[in-house]
Design a protein around this ligand. Structure first.
Ligand SMILES: NC(=O)c1ccc[n+]([C@@H]2O[C@H](COP(=O)([O-])OP(=O)(O)OC[C@H]3O[C@@H](n4cnc5c(N)ncnc54)[C@H](OP(=O)(O)O)[C@@H]3O)[C@@H](O)[C@H]2O)c1
Length: 213
């Protein structure tokens, strides 16, 4: 199975690429532009240019032959112009391009409270509002989708133990464990056409995802 990971140069994206490779997936590392190829050379997979703010026709071309797209890209800061460009319009362009390219499965890394931005941290409300829109577009697309709404991300080592449920109100989760959740989504059919919140917790990733059925 071939998976294209968007934002593969990012802190979560790199972890997702490494984990998917370790589990036998053929992975393409999506990078913003050719200058960012160097950021993924150590991952040992081919790089493809997937600029979410670029020409959607190039995204369609980059996705050709992929069974799965995983979107781990995000704006570098909560400035509304940047998040609307990347987390809203860019994410939507990627979803539409995946449909056109014949991709079957799509996993979007979103954020806790993206389904209710008014209840989230006011400091990141622009990001939540942008993701709410692109998450909705994905849910209504023709793709087999999963929206992973992660709690606050950390760089602490993963524990492999999570809580994954419809709605959470607070929490943190290591990026290592988010990568394990994204891998788990590709292994657990019960995550298809589902969105859920996730944070560090008590259950092993596979068990927590199976319990979503
Ligand atoms: N921070 C949190 O607590 C939190 C919580 C929940 C969810 N999230 C979400 O989780 C995701 C991953 O977060 P992270 O902290 O791992 O991200 P990160 O390290 O900031 O990486 C972001 C990635 O997005 C890429 N990107 C930026 N603009 C792009 C464009 N125009 N086209 C294609 N790719 C582009 C970046 O590429 P370059 O390397 O070239 O810049 C980078 O690979 C984001 O969507 C974020 O909003 C974050």
């Amino acid at each position: 199975m071939t998976v294209t990971v968007l934002g593969a140069s990012g802190r979560t994206g790199r972890r997702v690429v490494r984990l998917l490779v370790r589990h036998g997936f053929r992975v393409r590392a999506g990078v913003r532009d050719r200058h960012r190829r160097a950021a993924v050379t150590g991952l040992g997979v081919p790089a493809v240019i997937t600029d979410l703010a670029g020409d959607p026709a190039e995204l369609v071309e980059a996705f050709a032959g992929s069974d799965v797209v995983v979107n781990c890209a995000g704006a570098p800061d909560p400035a509304p112009a940047a998040v609307n460009l990347i987390d809203r319009d860019g994410a939507i362009a990627a979803i539409r391009s995946a449909e056109r390219a014949g991709v079957r499965r799509y996993v979007q890394l979103s954020a806790m409270f993206a389904d209710a931005p008014d209840q989230g941290d006011p400091l990141v409300r622009s990001i939540l509002a942008a993701k709410q829109i692109s998450d909705t577009v994905l849910r209504r697309s023709s793709l087999v989708w999963t929206v992973v709404r992660a709690a606050t991300l950390t760089d602490e080592p993963g524990t492999g133990r999570i809580t994954a449920v419809e709605h959470l109100t607070a929490g943190r989760i290591p990026r290592d464990d988010v990568a394990a959740v994204i891998l788990g989504c590709l292994l657990e059919a019960g995550t298809e056409n589902r969105g859920f919140d996730v944070r560090s917790g008590e259950l092993a990733v596979a068990a927590a995802l199976a319990a979503l059925r």
